[in-house]
Design a protein around this ligand. Structure first.
Ligand SMILES: CC(C)(COP(=O)(O)OP(=O)(O)OC[C@H]1O[C@@H](n2cnc3c(N)ncnc32)[C@H](O)[C@@H]1OP(=O)(O)O)[C@@H](O)C(=O)NCCC(=O)NCCS
Length: 158
């Protein structure tokens, strides 16, 4: 199940971060710091944008296994993904990114911007699956890709 997050998802998202490897968290946040609860709370309900969560299981077995963030600034929206290590390579990251693109389209943003480490092969491959993604900046060990939103027809499922 994929749904738009709210502040009530904080505990599950803290758990997601605890279950991810240090490498995955480092790749997501581009630094070694684990995000604080207050930063995660802000990510769950951005002033402009959306956070999508992918969850599995029911009741006591329910767990959030991926988070996708879209934070808008002006006409652009920054997108970022975190998929729990044991759920990677199953298409989840690509699917969430396409839904973020759909959300950006329906919200009228001009482009998605994605920042990543140059060595982050999984994210580079995920971005290259999108049409029109262009490398727009290289700053030492960091890359920025910009994806024009116009023409994206995939709509999010909510
Ligand atoms: C990057 C990330 C979101 C990809 O999510 P995912 O669910 O594993 O991605 P998908 O299953 O949709 O695969 C997308 C592409 O990445 C490739 N890929 C995924 N994991 C890979 C790995 N460990 N090594 C090499 N390629 C990998 C897939 O093969 C696929 O490419 P292909 O179509 O050329 O075969 C996930 O690895 C992750 O959360 N990483 C840690 C956080 C991060 O790096 N965030 C990015 C910064 S915003």
């Amino acid at each position: 199940m994929v749904y738009a997050a709210s502040a009530g998802d904080l505990a599950a998202v803290v758990e997601l971060h605890g279950a991810c490897s240090a490498r995955s968290r480092h790749r997501r946040y581009l630094s070694g710091a684990v995000p604080s609860s207050s930063r995660l709370r802000r990510l769950l309900e951005p002033a402009r944008g959306v956070t999508l969560l992918a969850a599995t299981g029911d009741g006591d077995m329910a767990a959030v296994v991926a988070m996708a963030n879209l934070i808008a600034e002006g006409e652009q929206a920054e997108a970022a993904l975190l998929v729990r290590d044991d759920w990677q390579r199953r298409g989840l990251g690509s699917t969430l990114l396409i839904w973020l693109l759909g959300h950006a389209s329906s919200s009228g943003y001009a482009a998605l911007v994605l920042h990543m480490h140059a060595e982050n092969t999984p994210m580079l491959r995920t971005v290259r699956r999108l049409d029109h993604a262009a490398l727009t900046e290289r700053d030492g060990a960091f890359l920025t890709f910009t994806v024009p939103v116009a023409g994206s027809s995939r709509r999010p499922p909510w």
